[in-house]
Design a binder for this molecule. Structure first.
Ligand code: F6P
Length: 412
């Protein structure tokens, strides 16, 4: 390493927390490469905040081979919260501070959603730790203040690394199950992760999804009955007698048996940030379609599929662009900030000059804006489709519009 590097003798450490995405390794690689060029020694903290507890779990990433294309996170992850929580009332911040000192870490880059970065923000505000947040989530629900303009409207939208790859996978998933659904004249109720936000569910529309359900729109009794009517109409209208219905795992659905409208939990056990595991609403919806409309319906849980696999080209360049902005923050020694994209843009426009940073104090949840979903038709709006087309392009999935002439046997 050259002697005159700006940050020679300083150490930058990276951690990733929360659910993994296919773009985390790309983020780690991009930040590591740039920080190394500035002269930092670069460490990786394993398993999120957990790697700063006890004796610590820290690895050296400086001059090590790294694959940013490979999905998941080579630094591993956890949902550990160093601050006291319902699940774990112990305050473990002193352990974090002790390890930051022991390992002589000067700057911390935290790759995460609002949980991991929320904890980072508190460390910065309460303890003055030099932290730079780095966004990540397939749910796309982390406020990034990325503007989207369509026709005469502008919306405060979100783009987080991980979402572009996940959205592409969801669109492909919907396009693939269409062929089996068509073959059996079935309705497929396709459940999509995203916790309390419907951003990812909308990607099913690009793969043939029609009507959709999102957490932002509560499905009470009246709305459920209305929705089932629309399902029936749309199905009967479809020449192939089939429908793909993407639904968010966090949909609040009216239960005839209990008379309550609530989410469906896979497990009510909560993590250290107070989240219970969602899952199973697609089964309830499919069985009501079968029972009430007498149409063959199946539930398909897409599960971890959108979180898995290699990083898409968009995410790769996106993470590199945000890492360029991290360099800017490091050079200015501006901490307590998170790099974001200024406006929703296409691949070619992913450039550092289209980025800015937001105060980590402004980090929070961002549900799907109402301009993106029409709750009267249960369809994503043209504005959402425009948003998505910037990120995953226009869909080009195979379509076989068969309509064979029916043969009538000739009378003898
Ligand atoms: O936050 C990302 C996410 O994939 C959510 O969409 C989902 O509800 C949750 O994580 C699942 O978490 P786990 O990996 O703990 O099952």
């Amino acid at each position: 390493m050259k002697e005159n590097k700006l940050f020679k003798g300083k150490t930058l450490a990276i951690l990733s927390g929360g659910g993994d995405t296919p773009a985390i390794n790309s983020s780690i690689e991009a930040v590591r490469n740039r920080a190394s060029m500035l002269g930092f020694k670069v460490y990786g903290i394993r398993k999120g905040w957990k790697g700063l507890l006890g004796d610590g779990d820290v690895v050296d990433l400086t001059c090590q081979p790294y694959s940013g294309l490979y999905g998941g996170t080579a630094l591993r992850s956890s949902r550990t919260n160093p601050f006291p929580s319902k699940k774990n009332p112990e305050d473990r911040v002193p352990q974090v501070l002790r390890n930051l000192k022991r390992y002589k870490i000067d700057v911390l880059v935290t790759i995460g959603g609002d949980d991991t970065n929320g904890a980072a923000k508190r460390l910065y505000e309460q303890e003055g730790i030099p932290v730079i947040g780095f966004p990540k989530t397939i749910d796309n629900d982390l406020r990034t203040k990325t503007w989207h303009t369509f026709e005469d409207k502008t919306v405060d939208a979100v783009i987080c690394p991980g979402f572009p790859t996940a959205a592409k996978s969801i669109a492909e998933f919907a396009s693939r199950i269409k062929t089996t659904a068509e073959s059996h004249s079935r309705i497929m109720v396709m459940e999509v992760m995203g916790r309390d936000a419907g951003w990812l569910t909308g990607a099913g529309t690009f793969g043939s999804g029609t009507l959709s359900l999102i957490p932002e729109v509560e499905m009470n009794k009246e709305r459920k009955d209305f929705f089932l009517e629309l399902v029936n109409e749309e199905y009967q209208r479809n020449p192939k007698k089939t429908l793909i219905i993407p639904v968010s795992e966090g949909v609040r659905w009216y239960d005839d048996a209990t008379g309550k409208t609530d989410v469906v939990y896979a497990s009510t056990e909560q993590d250290e940030y107070g989240h219970a595991r969602l899952g199973g609403v697609s089964g309830a919806i499919a069985s009501e379609i079968s029972n009430k409309l007498h149409i063959d319906a199946r539930a398909q849980v897409t599960g971890y599929y959108p979180r898995s696999g290699v990083c898409s080209e968009y995410d790769r360049r996106f993470t590199q662009t945000l890492a360029d902005k991290v360099v800017d923050l490091l050079l200015r020694e501006e901490y307590g900030k998170m790099p974001v994209l200024n406006k929703v843009c296409k691949y070619e426009e992913l450039e550092e000059f289209n980025c800015s940073s937001i105060d980590m104090g402004a980090i929070g949840n961002r549900p799907l804006p109402k301009e993106y979903f029409d709750e009267n038709t249960f369809k994503f709006t043209p504005m959402y489709l425009d948003f998505l087309s910037h990120i995953i392009g226009k869909p080009h999935y195979p379509e076989f519009l068969y309509d064979f002439p029916v043969v009538i046997p000739e009378e003898d």
